[in-house]
Design a protein around this ligand. Structure first.
Ligand code: SF4
Ligand code: MG
Length: 336
């Protein structure tokens, strides 16, 4: 164990025609080997940008990155493209919502899984092909020997997802970044893929960053949870703590908008009113304040003027006192 990925005060901004978009604004977190960190948030919260930045997949022409990303002791924000190339698909791999972003239509599935193994491990064509077939077997593709010769379009959506996972894991990465990998799949296939990822994590021991807007998926997968809003982390903790006793009004809103699996009535969804803020001109103070109904409990103008930060010793970035957070959750949020 021990910290394997350490992100410190990360700022990522894009230059656009309309101005500077501050997509990630002061983010810090750590990840230990073999653990799964679930990052949850609405689109535009910065969760995908953070992970593309870790992989160095941002466009340097339009993007400015500040802060530190230490992966196994190596600083990535200043790494050369050639160094990042050596990491991608090797030490760090990624799976996406749409496998067709990762798989080319022009090559067989087997060849595409074999390629990173040749590139990073110096394997021969034959060794790499055998490894590809082995990986297809591991991800549960029947008749892997034959199916390796197929093209992606000959696979079903769920099978393509499995093939992409095989490609991501072929070099036994230390870190797997999964960005909404099951969002497009139906519920049954989704459950199968999540089970597969858990089994493979046991076998490969990779740390996983699992990005999703779905708290149900997070509950299934994550050891730790970080909730992001408008480019920053607003709550983090063990999955157990965050799901059982969340401390931030935004997380309360997320939980309340989740269907209750164990409720016969299927409690009505209560989406969080309002919409995520523009990152061209983020709100002052607490970025959630335009949508938050608890500002009067903090008092004064504090929520609109002072940005609450997520200190290492504090699980949520909100001006409410620890006692208020606990009481409000137990008495007003939970019973809903
Ligand atoms: Fe709401 Fe204020 Fe807490 Fe922000 S700091 S979440 S506005 S109570
Ligand atoms: Mg995304």
């Amino acid at each position: 164990a021990g910290t394997f990925l350490s992100v410190r005060d990360l700022h990522v901004s894009f230059r656009t025609e309309d101005g500077i978009v501050r997509a990630v604004d002061g983010l810090s977190f750590d990840l230990e080997r073999g653990r799964t960190l679930g990052i949850v948030g609405e689109s535009g919260s910065g969760k995908s940008v953070t992970n593309l930045t870790i992989l160095g997949l941002h466009n340097p022409m339009f993007t400015s990155v500040e802060g530190e990303i230490l992966l196994d002791g190596q600083e990535l924000t200043t790494a050369k493209e050639s160094e990042l190339e050596r990491l991608r698909g090797n030490k760090v791999a990624m799976i996406f919502q749409d496998p067709l972003t990762a798989l080319s239509p022009y090559y067989t599935v087997g060849r595409q899984i074999a390629e990173p193994y040749m590139k990073h491990r110096g394997a021969s064509k034959k060794e790499a092909w055998d490894r590809a077939v082995e990986m297809l077997g591991k991800v549960g593709i029947p008749h892997p020997k034959e199916r390796a010769k197929d093209y992606p379009h000959q696979f079903s959506g769920g099978m393509r997802q499995r093939a992409m996972i095989a490609m991501a894991l072929v070099c036994d990465p230390d870190l797997l970044i999964a960005d909404e990998p099951t969002t497009a799949l139906d519920v049954t296939v989704q459950a199968q893929i999540l089970d597969l990822l858990k089994d493979l994590q046991q076998e490969f021991g990779s740390a996983i960053i699992f990005i999703t807007h779905d708290l149900g998926v997070i509950a299934e997968m994550a050891d730790d949870i970080m909730v992001m809003y408008a480019g920053g982390a607003i709550e983090r903790g063990t999955a157990r703590d965050v799901l059982r006793a969340p401390q931030h009004p935004y997380t309360w809103g997320l939980l309340n908008s989740m269907p209750r699996i164990n409720s016969d009535l299927g409690a009505p969804l209560a989406p969080i009113p309002g919409s995520p803020p523009s990152l061209l001109k983020p709100p002052s103070g607490c970025r959630f304040h335009p949508r938050c109904t608890f500002q009067d409990r903090v008092g004064g103008n504090r929520c609109a003027s002072e940005r609450p930060l997520l200190a290492p010793d504090r699980a949520s970035a909100c001006h409410l006192t620890a006692e208020q957070k606990q009481t409000i959750f137990i008495e007003e949020i939970k019973p809903r």
